[in-house]
Design a protein around this ligand. Structure first.
Ligand SMILES: *Cc1c(COP(=O)(O)O)cnc(C)c1O
Length: 369
């Protein structure tokens, strides 16, 4: 079976560097918020092309801490994408804010034109968490125009979009904050949990540093109600020494596989959802759409052909039981998102696929009728 991710091959390719990084941390005798986190934060900020990165415990926390730093709180409406990992909306729910969904476009990403229409009628909405889903970058010009027209505080969810670009600029440069995740399956994944917030000013970096460390500005001085949300030294060391240097090569491999799929998949019973205009994707995932009502059959078909497909996601966020109490106020129904989730499956696109495996996936796709 071709798995959606191949951590055994990743380990074989990286273990020497990983073990050296772990040894370095072990020998240092310093395991929380030390030199490794600082050096990784510097390396990540430079890689991303933003002034600061601040390591935190997860992508979920990166979004939540960013919203807190904005001053978003109980009852505040927060505009967000209807199709995403649950963590996106969970960060909004955890601070007591009120998620507001706008429906998705044909590619499954939030429809920025529909956002404009809603924002015209909802001047109370000041916070926006757009998601650069699947590794596709939302249109940076449209996002910037929305930010400026409606004076929005934006937290960009970049958990899936490190290395993605729109109109040549990296995803994550328009919001006041961008949140990313080092969950193992992400394009830059740790050997455990981790995340980071990308920011543009010293003050915003300081605010996130304080929030992640019990709200303290200096040892035993607690200014705000904070969190324990720190990136471990050992994960930071692994990310900086073993994985970040390989990321360009991995992103390129994902791009090559995506090109092969785009050129090779021709079954009339499958549709490849279109990425946003001007997106240079980092292909975190490769979603395809089957006809309504045939998803379970398609998943079984692909598995029978040795292909471990995934689902991103089986339900729109608004359909989750945990959202029940918020559904009514979450506003516009999301019929396109619900339809998209009924039809979406994801092909394997990790950087360790062989050419023969890519060909096997294409053949299976083209055998689907
Ligand atoms: C993975 C993911 C998150 C959450 O990241 P964690 O590190 O797992 O908390 C948030 N948003 C999106 C779009 C994701 O894919």
């Amino acid at each position: 079976m071709i798995p959606p991710n191949d951590f055994h091959r990743q380990w074989a390719a990286t273990s020497d560097d990983v073990l050296r990084a772990v040894t370095r941390v072990g020998e240092s005798g310093w395991y929380i918020l030390g030199r490794e986190v600082e050096e990784f934060e510097r390396a990540l900020a430079e890689y991303w092309g933003v002034p600061h990165a601040v390591g935190v415990a997860s992508g979920l926390d990166a979004i939540e801490l960013s919203l807190r730093a904005i001053g978003c709180g109980p009852g505040d409406p927060v505009l967000t994408s209807p199709v995403s990992a649950f963590a996106t909306v969970l960060a909004i729910l955890k601070i007591g804010a009120q998620p507001v969904f706008v429906d998705c476009d044909a590619g499954g990403l939030i429809d920025l034109e529909a956002c404009r229409e809603l924002l015209r009628t909802r001047p109370d909405i000041r916070c926006f968490v757009p998601v650069h889903l699947y590794g596709h970058a939302l249109d940076s010009r449209a996002l910037r125009a929305l930010r400026d027209e409606f004076d929005l505080h934006i937290v960009e969810d970049c958990a899936q979009s490190i290395d993605a670009r729109s109109h040549g600029e990296p995803a994550g440069c328009i919001g006041r904050f961008a949140a990313t995740s080092f969950y193992p399956t992400k394009n830059l994944g740790a050997l455990g949990d981790g995340g980071a917030v990308l920011v543009h000013t010293d003050a915003d970096a300081e605010a996130i540093r304080r929030l992640r460390d019990y709200g303290q500005s200096s040892k035993y001085r607690h200014d705000v109600i904070g969190y324990n949300s720190r990136l471990d030294e050992v994960q930071a060391a692994i990310l900086r020494s073993a994985f970040l240097p390989r990321l360009p090569e991995w992103t390129e491999a994902r791009g090559r596989i995506a090109s092969a799929y785009l050129a090779g998949i021709s079954s009339p019973a499958l549709r490849i959802p279109p990425p946003p205009r001007a997106s240079e994707s980092c292909w975190h995932l490769f979603p395809i759409l089957v006809e309504p009502g045939r998803k379970a059959e398609a998943i079984a078909y692909f598995r029978a052909h040795g292909i471990g497909v995934g689902e991103h996601y089986p339900l729109a966020l608004i359909e989750q039981d945990a959202m029940a109490a918020f559904r009514e106020d979450a506003g516009s129904a999301s019929p396109a998102a619900i339809d998209f989730c009924r039809r979406e499956i994801s092909l394997p696109i990790h950087p360790f696929l062989t050419e023969a495996e890519v060909e096997q996936v294409i053949q299976a796709c083209n055998g689907w009728r």
